[in-house]
Design a protein around this ligand. Structure first.
Ligand SMILES: [Zn+2]
Ligand SMILES: [Zn+2]
Length: 148
């Protein structure tokens, strides 16, 4: 059980850290053409940037299938990535960008902190000069002056 939790946690954390790296150096780098559809206001429900979600989802699906087949840790890694993807969807796409109008803007606590950190990321519509590339782990300063 500890084993399963450990690998699920590793899968989740690997997504936040590699996601930070990929976002900062690749999406705001060589793949900016795709990612900029998320920084510009585009019409319609889908953005070209959604391809990244599909890519990460397919990695998780492959790991889950391999893990079931061999009965090993890859299932749990894939599960961790899946949990990350679902949390990312609800926080980033639903709560922050309101692609589905389910929640209103959080006023205090952890959610308000990651909300303003991600808004700070979107202040820039350019490839260079953006800040705050992670989603769940963001600098402490975004949590200040909250909860008054
Ligand atoms: Zn970005
Ligand atoms: Zn965003």
């Amino acid at each position: 059980m500890i084993y399963a939790l450990f690998y699920t946690f590793i899968g989740f954390m690997a997504m936040e850290f590699s996601g930070w790296f990929i976002h900062k150096y690749i999406m705001h780098g060589i793949l900016w053409k795709i990612h900029k559809t998320h920084h510009a206001h585009t019409k319609g429900f889908f953005e070209l940037n959604d391809l990244f979600s599909l890519l990460f989802a397919s990695i998780a699906i492959v790991l889950i299938f391999l893990g079931i087949d061999r009965g090993d840790y890859r299932f749990w890694l894939g599960l961790g990535i899946t949990i990350y993807g679902m949390s990312y969807f609800f926080l980033h796409d639903v709560l922050i960008h309101r692609r589905l109008k389910l929640f209103s803007k959080p006023k205090k606590g952890y959610l308000a902190g990651i909300f303003s950190a991600h808004q700070a990321h979107h202040y820039s519509k350019e490839k260079d000069g953006a800040v705050s590339f992670g989603l769940f782990i963001v600098p402490k300063k975004y949590f200040k002056n909250k909860g008054r």
